[in-house]
Design a protein around this ligand. Sequence first.
Ligand SMILES: Nc1ncnc2c1ncn2[C@@H]1O[C@H](COP(=O)(O)OP(=O)(O)OP(=O)(O)O)[C@@H](O)[C@H]1O
Length: 612
Amino acid sequence: MAGPGGPRRGSYLTEEEKKNSPKITKELIARVFSYLKPYWKQLLLVLACIVVSSVCSLFPSILTGNIIDVLTGKDLGGWFGAGLSALIRLIVLTLLLYLASNLISVAETYLNSWIAQHISFDMRNQMYRHLQKMSQRFFTSANQGDIITRMTSDISGVESVVTGTFTSILSNTITLVVAVIAMFRKNWILALVGIAVVPLFTLPTRMAGKRRWKLAGEAQACNDEINGILNETLSVSGQLLVKLFGREKSEYERYEEANGRMIRLNIRERMAGRWFFMLLSTLTTIGPMLLYLVGGILIMKHDSTLSVGDITVLVALLGRMYGPVNSLLNIQVDWIRSMAMFTRIFEYYDMKPEIDNKPGAKELTNAKGEIVFDHVDFTYDGERMILKDISFTLHSGDCVAIVGPSGSGKSTIVNLIPRLWDPVKGSVTFDGTDVRDYTLHSLRDEVGVVTQETYLFNGTIRENLLYAKPDATEEEMIEACKKANIYDFIRNQAEGLDTMVGNRGLKLSGGEKQRISIARVLLKDPALLIFDEATSALDSISEAAIQAAINPLIEERTSILIAHRLSTILAADEILVVRDGEIVERGTHKDLVHAGGTYQELYETQFSKAEA
Ligand SMILES: Nc1ncnc2c1ncn2[C@@H]1O[C@H](COP(=O)(O)OP(=O)(O)OP(=O)(O)O)[C@@H](O)[C@H]1O
């Protein structure tokens, strides 16, 4: 829930932001600026635009003074002179300056967004490339929302840092400096008076702003609470619960109380805003009045050469100072936020991929698919041993079935082959070489996995098949679908291979999805096939279709079947029975079914039933 300490943004840091504010070191700043470096030429142009446009936008204020002086009959001397021609010159010059300032601002906005977009393009690509290299541990332990946030909002934030924070610091500082210089050039006493009143205006603005911000936060939290109550109690199941437990009255009271609190908060927030504007408009007038008073005293009592135009210029310049001062006071907040955002992005960049190519890793070519597990131990968390002393050999062309109770470590064993994880002890070899000595790409090219949960992308069947082999021909695809026993189904669809599978393949049944994923692996044509049979029950027709799909496949290549059904198990040359991460039995179905061990137990409780 987003309360005052929640993730709301504004001119003040939330409690959470204060707690997590990053240590701003020289290295961090240098790293941030390293992303700006490739665009230094464009940045210089932006800088030039900001300087020129800020100066141009201040000049009309100064010229207004001259206009007033000319109107009151003063001779400005020089090129301007006096009278109507001077007035026209001044007016034309003022208009031209406004025009120039606005035109330059347009160019600056374009350049700025160009740079910001290019920097975020670079950072997004770098992040995506980096995340692709991260190991399974990262994806299983990191919060998925967090990954997406870093990819999207954090990096989008970079754009606002470039277009907002950096530009704002520059343009406001320049406006302020030019305004102060111009004021001092006119009259130092009035300049000092003007500068002295600036805090009078800005401090209350900040105080009132902070109060409004806090109240808005409380109102938002209250609103979230009300939404929660509505969601809970007005949903179908929520209403059922309320009715069955007779809680209508207490729920109504809860809602009424939150609603009342919300109203009071809204009124307080509005009024804080009202007081704020009253204070603001009063204080804004104090500055000019003081300048008129002191200026008047100087002219009337001390024979100062100040003109009415000069005082008007000073008042106008003072008005131009409030905005930049306020923005610069908020810069610290923007700065900390920006640095926190960069720190979060860099944290991701700095994570080392746990599983990567070894220096000098070799390519796996002409693979035969001979697999040896040699005394392999494995743990996910460094504490609980998931695999203990796993050893087995799978000769080229053989088929082994791994069976065992749920959670015994079957999937973990096979995941060590394509190096989704690495063993903590022992080794896994592929064609006589430790899998860690191959390049990941060449190793994974030779391992085809049909996972338990079939994952299809939202697209057509054709697109999903081409994912395995982008240059596959129509004939190859049809051949793979025929072998996977899914071609008849595809042929009967109006769109054939171009049938949409829906989000994650939701438009297809579990069995159809699995057969498409078998066809996908077939197109990849790996030396080793791993088939992680779905535990979820399929009807006997779908099951028979899948069985018919995998039988010819395992005859052609080395395969490992994580099996839950007798028909699959019977297709294997050897059965490994895994219990609590250990291979407790091995042999053929005939050897094991009467041995009185885990296999027999599994047979009686699972396999025979599944076949029934
Ligand atoms: N990414 C992970 N991080 C931590 N523990 C995990 C992870 N994946 C699996 N485990 C744990 O490792 C153990 C073995 O899991 P595994 O998936 O290998 O079992 P399985 O025999 O394939 O089970 P099933 O037949 O239900 O698919 C389980 O206790 C599981 O909770």
